[in-house]
Structures are given as structure tokens and as C-alpha cells.
Design a protein around this ligand. Structure first.
Ligand code: GLN
Length: 481
């Protein structure tokens, strides 16, 4: 158990000498070693972390430190850090070292956060279980026979197993919120454009977003505060003021109106998770929140639209891995075309190949109108569903996932079933809105259950405020007590 409740408490304790950052970092390094079987990390920066701990501890003592001084963070292995490997858990980037640092990571470093290592994930962030990694699967800390979710499974497992204070992940269709739910931690996906994507290896550029995994809501707010904002290196980053997330964690006025949609409580949802969500709605109501039914009529088309549009974008983004410029190159080729072919055949894993082929197909001349164009129209309708809903409510509550963490291998031969585990998360990426998964309960098998809150674009303050108030702030165990 950590001797502090959140980052604010940690920094106070370091300041007044009740906590040593060096010992704290050694503690995490030891836990990383002892929990090696979880396979949460692709790379650990042991010596550098120790060195940084000394430097940052001195800064804290002298009062010249940044806003996140001493926060120990793990970073998903898709966010570049100058001079460090950036493999995206793929053989094709096996020996590739990044030549610049992602803006989100740089902002953490500028505020004296300490980066302890790079976490395992699904190859190029494509997956829902972290089984598609060239580094092997990650195990769920709550039950080692189960997956941690994906694609940011290493980041979720590292935060849940106390291998770091917090971690960064990426969310294109649920890759922060779904593993957060499976591992029992907070996972926040900001509004598209809130956080610069510069230095994030692109999967589906109009969907990708970067956000934190934490074990408490205050730390989620503190990290979002630092990584948000306009960046001239990413033209899709929003030129809007960043609100004071940290200073606005409690309500200073009316409680928000919370909506729920029948479409998110339908067939396929585990009865236990359904009960947790319904109990929470009841508790919110008795706690003075107004609860309203809303409709999201296009929910049933989200998975199809998501997998058409993201694979199309991925097929284009991943064209750059051709063996010529960087990354893996096959030895086994006699011509340039052969070299491209065999480098990509040997370098990419099965799921990535499946997505490239699907994406190429939906963009091809004969099928563009039938698939890609139609899916774009559906994306618009899904966005409109949310626009309409947010005229009536401030937040929408849904389960994060239809089931708790499944067994390793259980869905790996059935991609369609695997894709369905994103049923409640992909709509936020299709419409660019923010969402958070809150650890809400444990199932009868002792597995974490996550509840998702969604807000309108750029309304993360509302998400954080509600997540930090009753009944959510109670955290785990709601259904068992
Ligand atoms: N599981 C989803 C997919 O496989 C989401 C991935 C993500 O958000 N990066 O595409």
C-alpha cells in the first residue's frame, strides 16, 4: 500500500520530509520486478528513474519544482520519447528509437513528472485485450488468467498493480476506458483535440486521443490539466482555454442532470453490470441528481461504423511501414516490391494485417460509397444523437463494458466477438466527446466493474466533478455492501 492517498498528498509528504521520492521510486522498481509475469512493461528506465528521483526530490525541497513533481508515470509504448524505443508492441518497429518527444509526454516532463517505463499494448493500439502484442499478452492483476483489456492493457495493469502512480494510454475506440474498467482504475478519454496528438503513433487520426489511468480522481484531473491545450504541432488540437480541472473538482452550483439510454442496457449486457449501473442511477437520484431517460437510436450501428472508418484510416496511416525508411526490413527479397511485401508480411501481426486489408477494401474504388462514405454518414448521425441528448442532460451514464474481464484466449479466435466488447465506448470516439470509466464495484467473482460517464465536447469539468462526488467517490464495492 502506498503511504499517500493521491498526488497532492504525496508532494506534501515529500516536502515536509515524511516521504522520500528515491525510496518511493525504488519501491515501484521492486514491484515491477516482482510482478514481471504481468508483462505490463516493454521497457523500464531503472537507472534514469533513480537519477531523476534524486534531481526532482532536490527541486521539491528547494521549492523550485513543477506541478507534477515526483508523480511516477508509465507511458504506453505508442507515445514517442526522444532516444527511446517506440515499438507500438510491433515487430515492424522492433529496433526503432523515437527522434522527438510527444507533446503530452513533454508536458509531463516539463512539470517534473518522472517516467519509469513504457507499457505493453496491443500492436499499434489495435485490440481489446492486449493479446495482440509482439511482447506477449499482459495479465490482469485482479485475476492472472484474464486479460487486462486493451489496447492500453499494460498502462491499466501498471496503475492497478501499483507499479507506478499513474499512466498514459490512448483511446481510439475505448482503449483507455475498457482496460480501466477491467483492471479497476480510473481511465479518462478527453475530448478529441483537447490533448495534442503530436508524437502519438497514428492508428485512426480522427479518433485517437491521449489520457490518464489513475487510482483516484484528483490525479486524473492533475494530469489532464497538464497535458491539455493547443499545440501548433497538431492542427487538430483545440485552440480553447483549458479550464481549471483541479480547482473545480467539487460542485459549485446545481448538480448535473444525468441521462441514461435503454440502448445501452440491452441484450448482451451482464446482469451483474446492469444491476451496478441501475443501482448507481437510484443512488444518484436519492442524492439529488435529476435522472432522465434519453435516446441514442443509432447505437446498434456504432461498431460497424467504427470498424469501417478506423480500419480505413489505419490502412493509410500504416502504409509508411514499408521497410525502406525505418523499422524492420526483411532480408528475404530480391526486388523493391518484394522487400515491401516481405517486410510487411513478416513485420505485422495478424490483427494489424486484418485491419489493413479491411481498410483497403472499404476505401477501394468499387466499395468506397457502399462502406466508407456510408459509415461517415452514420458517424454524423451518431454525433447528432449525442447533440440531441446533451440538449436535455449534462452527462450520460452507461456501463463501460458489457462483461467483466474475459479469459486469456477466450475471444482471440473470434474477432467479431472481440470487437463487441467496445460496444459502449466507440460512440464517444465517433463523436469526439469525452468519457471516463470509474471503478464502481466488484463482481461476485471479484472482478472489477467500471461505469462510464460521457459529457458533451470540452465538458470534462462535469465528468470530473461528478466522478469525484457521491456515490462514485466511494469507489469499489458498491454492489457487495
Ligand atoms: N478495441 C478497439 C479496437 O480494437 C479500440 C482500440 C483503441 O481504442 N485503440 O480498435
Amino acid at each position: 500500500m502506498l503511504p499517500y492517498s493521491n498526488f497532492q498528498d504525496k508532494i506534501e509528504k515529500i516536502k515536509n520530509g515524511r516521504l522520500s521520492l528515491i525510496e518511493n521510486v525504488n519501491y515501484f522498481l521492486k514491484r515491477i520486478k516482482n510482478n514481471k509475469k504481468l508483462n505490463a512493461f516493454n521497457f523500464v528506465f531503472e537507472d534514469e528513474a533513480r537519477l531523476q528521483a534524486e534531481i526532482i526530490e532536490r527541486k521539491i525541497k528547494s521549492g523550485s519544482h513543477g506541478r507534477l513533481a515526483g508523480l511516477v508515470i508509465a507511458v504506453k509504448d505508442v507515445l514517442s520519447m526522444e532516444g527511446k524505443p517506440n515499438t507500438c508492441s510491433s515487430k515492424i518497429l522492433k529496433d526503432f528509437n523515437a527522434i522527438y518527444t510527444a507533446t503530452a509526454v513533454q508536458k509531463l516532463l516539463d512539470e517534473d513528472a518522472l517516467i519509469i517505463g513504457r507499457t505493453n499494448c496491443d500492436e499499434f493500439a489495435m485490440g481489446s485485450s492486449t493479446e495482440n502484442s509482439a511482447f506477449g499478452p499482459v495479465l490482469n492483476p485482479a485475476d492472472n488468467e484474464r486479460v487486462p483489456g486493451g489496447s492500453s492493457g499494460g498502462s491499466a495493469a501498471a496503475a492497478a498493480a501499483e507499479l507506478c502512480d499513474a499512466s498514459l494510454g490512448t483511446d481510439t475506440g475505448g482503449s483507455i476506458r475498457q482496460p480501466a474498467a477491467f483492471c479497476g482504475v480510473y481511465g479518462l478519454k478527453p475530448t478529441y483535440g483537447r490533448v495534442s496528438r503530436y508524437g502519438l503513433t497514428a492508428f485512426a487520426s480522427s479518433f485517437d486521443s491521449i489520457g490518464p489511468f489513475t487510482t483516484n480522481i484528483e490525479d486524473a484531473a492533475a494530469i489532464l490539466q497538464v497535458i491539455s491545450g493547443k499545440d501548433e504541432k497538431d492542427s487538430t488540437s483545440a485552440d480553447l482555454p483549458v479550464p481549471d480541472f483541479v480547482g473545480n473538482l467539487s460542485f459549485n452550483g446545481k448538480k448535473p442532470v444525468i441521462g441514461f439510454a435503454k440502448e445501452c442496457f440491452s441484450e448482451g449486457l451482464s446482469p451483474e453490470i446492469k444491476k451496478v449501473a441501475e443501482d448507481l442511477l437510484d443512488k444518484l437520484k436519492s442524492g439529488g441528481f435529476i435522472i432522465k431517460e434519453i435516446h441514442l437510436p443509432h447505437t446498434e450501428y456504432t461498431i460497424a461504423a467504427y470498424y469501417i472508418l478506423t480500419t480505413a484510416e489505419a490502412s493509410s496511416n500504416l502504409a509508411r511501414y514499408d521497410g525502406a525508411r525505418y523499422g524492420y526490413r526483411s532480408d528475404d527479397s530480391s526486388s523493391l516490391l518484394e522487400m515491401y511485401k516481405s517486410s510487411r508480411t513478416e513485420g505485422f501481426g495478424t490483427e494489424v494485417k486484418r485491419r489493413i486489408m479491411l481498410g483497403t477494401y472499404v476505401l477501394s474504388a468499387g466499395y468506397y460509397d457502399a462502406y466508407y462514405k456510408k459509415a461517415q454518414k452514420v458517424r454524423r448521425l451518431i454525433k447528432q444523437d449525442f447533440d440531441n441528448a446533451f440538449k436535455e442532460v449534462d452527462l450520460i451514464l452507461t456501463p463501460t463494458t458489457p462483461t467483466t474481464a474475459f479469459k486469456i484466449g477466450e475471444k482471440s479466435n473470434n474477432p467479431l466477438e472481440m470487437y463487441l466488447s467496445d460496444i459502449y465506448t466507440t460512440s464517444a470516439n465517433l463523436s469526439g466527446i469525452p468519457g471516463i470509466s470509474i471503478p464502481a464495484a466488484k463482481s461476485s467473482e471479484g472482478l472489477p466493474i467500471g461505469i462510464q460517464l460521457l459529457a458533451n465536447q470540452f465538458e470534462e469539468v462535469k465528468l470530473l466533478q461528478t466522478a469525484s462526488s457521491q456515490p462514485f467517490s466511494k469507489g469499489e464495492g458498491l454492489i457487495n455492501n
